[in-house]
Write a protein that binds this ligand. Structure first.
Ligand SMILES: NC(=O)c1ccc[n+]([C@@H]2O[C@H](COP(=O)([O-])OP(=O)(O)OC[C@H]3O[C@@H](n4cnc5c(N)ncnc54)[C@H](OP(=O)(O)O)[C@@H]3O)[C@@H](O)[C@H]2O)c1
Length: 342
């Protein structure tokens, strides 16, 4: 494939300003990187949270910034130290925070952050796997240490995260309870949920008790009330809570920010102590090796990405507006360079 010097990219110049279609140089690759021609990009709430400036206290981004944090595409160039991927490979991945930008024709990405796409997945479906799949895996396995037969409560089962997390928890042998609107109950049941709470009628913390793990995706009062449904020694993992001192240290964010996080998260840590629960705040991280595990789950039909809507590249803002409405059922996908696959 002839690689051009310029490409299209959907990006913003300043926080809180709308993103627009711009022409920018095609990135060059380092020795450990591959250049990927992007076919599709999955969208995530973190994209518009970054654009709003809400994430800059945790991760300072360099502006202008291309939007998008996960992709599926084709390898068109490999660096000198890359031996596991070849030109023509179908790959997917979630780039690290220094190399975001998947709503663009090309991305240069480290070989450790990608995996081969299972043969049974097309690019559109594959592009919805990396960010929500890895987040769910890291919450349930790395931090949750879910064991067969354990009871897991997953908030918002019908969303991008929920639809992945339910399936991964079931693959691990857990008993899964989730929340959903009545119109989405059939979907979450089809993914394996054992118990579904209609959150418009029942409040989860009034009806659940003695759980081994809670995977909180909503934060706020939902997070606070999650402590009381856990057994002593249970685990609470939130992806919508407040970072802790340890988080700041682990991510080399400096003493001042770590202390700030420590003060902000103190009430939650007090809750955790009172209920004798292990509390974790997770910011997911890229991982090609964990993505390979998810690929195996897809190959063995334990995991299937749920796609809600697919937009063309020129409709990227409309796609974000829909996602930000908060009612997506599974993933919202953008055709960056859509080709019909054989
Ligand atoms: N820390 C991290 O590394 C990380 C990684 C990924 C995501 N996140 C965060 O996790 C959150 C969820 O992400 P997502 O991709 O799943 O978002 P999403 O796809 O936009 O979630 C939408 C879904 O949430 C459901 N929902 C909303 N309020 C609910 C409630 N009170 N009870 C039950 N269901 C409810 C909606 O169902 P209805 O339409 O029926 O209301 C809808 O199906 C976001 O805030 C995101 O930023 C964090």
């Amino acid at each position: 494939m002839n690689i051009p010097t310029q490409m299209k990219a959907f990006r913003f110049n300043h926080y809180r300003e709308p993103a627009e279609n711009q022409r920018i140089p095609v990135p060059t690759i380092g020795a450990n990187e591959v250049l990927v021609y992007i076919h599709n990009s999955g969208l995530n709430p973190v994209d518009y949270k970054i654009q709003s400036g809400k994430m800059k206290i945790i991760f300072p981004f360099q502006l202008p910034l291309t939007m998008g944090n996960e992709f599926a595409g084709e390898v068109v160039q490999v660096g000198a130290n890359v031996h596991d991927f070849r030109v023509g490979d179908r790959v997917y991945g979630r780039p690290d925070n220094q190399h975001t930008g998947t709503l663009a024709d090309y991305i240069a990405i480290d070989q450790s952050e990608i995996a081969l796409i299972p043969a049974e997945l097309d690019y559109q479906s594959a592009s919805g796997v990396p960010l929500t799949g890895l987040t769910s895996y890291q919450a349930l396995v790395e931090l949750g240490n879910i064991q067969p037969g354990q009871k897991v409560f997953i908030q918002a089962g019908a969303g991008g995260i929920g639809t992945m997390a339910i399936q991964i928890a079931k693959a691990l042998g857990a008993y899964v309870t989730t929340t959903a609107s009545p119109s989405k109950t059939a979907l979450v049941r089809s993914l394996g949920a054992d118990q579904v709470i209609n959150y418009h009628e029942d409040y989860f913390a009034d009806v659940l008790f003695h759980y081994d793990m809670v995977f909180d995706t909503l934060g706020g009062q939902y997070l606070k009330d999650s402590f009381r449904i856990l057994r002593p020694g249970g685990r609470l993992v939130t992806i919508n809570g407040l970072p802790t001192y340890q988080f700041g240290q682990d991510h080399h964010l400096g003493l001042a920010k770590s202390l700030l996080f420590s003060v902000a998260s103190a009430p939650l840590r007090r809750f955790a102590k009172k209920h004798r629960v292990n509390y974790h705040f997770l910011i997911m991280h890229p991982s090609g090796s964990q993505l390979q595990i998810l690929s195996q789950m897809i190959e063995t039909e334990k995991l299937l990405p749920i796609i809600d809507r697919i937009y063309d590249f020129g409709e990227a803002q409309a796609a974000y507006d829909y996602l930000e409405g908060g009612h997506a059922q599974g993933k919202v996908i953008v055709n960056v360079n859509h080709t019909i696959e054989a």
